[in-house]
Ligand binder design. Structure first.
Ligand code: ZN
Length: 304
């Protein structure tokens, strides 16, 4: 992935952050709730489900922004400076955060919990190399939820019972969703799933025995190679594959070209990070987006 920060922006950002940090910190009465700052929507959803109304959860990357090429703004720095805990994905998804970490350490107690680093530290065996889309692994999400419960209990010991109870029910929901994927995709075991975009769904599909094949790697590139495009078209013809998927936030230009060439039908999947206007209006939760994905996969691959 190419670097997205230019030095002038970084310097400006650090100056603004330093100014914010040196300002006297005077919490108003009644605003002592822990503040968690997340980078993307799925992390926000998991954190909010555990935090309930005892802690505040704020998100940096808006649901309309492309997460791989996001640029930090001065108002995001203010958010980061106010955080008790920053929750990020890691794995190269938030390079701007790495640059600011030294400054963040000087704030009251802000620490960064990186999902991928944490999974690595507990020896999670299903980590994929160089693939940041780990929130699409519901077992990994359960491990993160456990850790979020502990973090919140440490920040707000009076709420420990509340956080543990909410954490338990969220873990049950994630386990139920995981089971549904397992059961309902079983008839499609070892079926190829063609993603006409970057490899965002290897966690979501590989876990259930599908074989994800994408136009480009786990980090989006400007243009997929023509050779890869031809390779995929050939594979679709050879194996008589009838469905082509694209990430719901991406314009399906390559997907449309492949569909035109092969007669395969187009289906969109959600990576849970970019919500369409309709999904935002309906107030879709992360778990609902994933349940929608399951229905789309079953219909498209014919595993019903
Ligand atoms: Zn992605």
């Amino acid at each position: 992935m190419k670097s997205i920060l230019n030095p002038a922006r970084v310097i400006m950002a650090i100056i603004i952050l330093a100014t914010l940090i040196s300002a006297p910190f005077l919490p108003a009465a009644g605003t002592q709730r822990p503040v968690l700052v997340t980078t993307i929507f799925p992390l926000t959803e998991l954190a909010r489900s555990v935090a309930g109304d005892r802690a505040e959860v704020r998100q940096i990357i808006p649901p309309s922004a492309e997460i791989h090429h996001f640029q930090l703004t001065p108002s995001d720095l203010k958010l980061l400076a106010e955080a008790d805990l920053v929750i990020a994905v890691g794995g190269g998804l938030e390079p701007w955060l790495v640059r600011l970490e030294k400054s963040l350490r000087k704030t009251k107690s802000a620490r960064t919990l990186r999902f991928i680093d944490y999974l690595r530290s507990v020896g999670y065996p299903a980590l994929r190399r160089d693939d940041p889309h780990v929130w699409l692994d519901f077992e990994a999400d359960r491990i993160l939820v456990d850790r979020l419960v502990e973090e919140l209990c440490a920040l707000d010991p009076n709420g420990a019972g509340y956080y543990r109870e909410r954490g338990r029910s969220l873990i049950e929901e994630l386990a139920a969703l995981d089971n549904r994927f397992q059961q309902e995709l079983r008839p499609c075991f070892r079926k190829e799933i063609i993603i006409a975009g970057h490899q965002a769904f290897a966690y979501l599909t590989g876990r259930y025995g599908l074989i994800p094949i994408s136009l480009s790697g786990p980090h989006p590139e400007a243009q997929p190679g023509a050779r890869k495009l031809q390779e995929i078209i050939r594979l679709i013809r050879e194996k008589k594959i009838e469905a082509v998927f694209y990430e719901s936030s991406e314009p399906p230009a390559y997907a449309s070209a492949i569909a035109r060439e092969t007669g395969a039908r187009l289906f969109s999947l959600s990576a849970g990070v970019n919500l369409t206007r309709d999904q935002l209006r309906e107030g879709k939760t992360f778990l609902e987006l994933m349940a929608d994905n399951l229905q789309i996969l079953k219909t498209a691959l014919g595993c019903e």
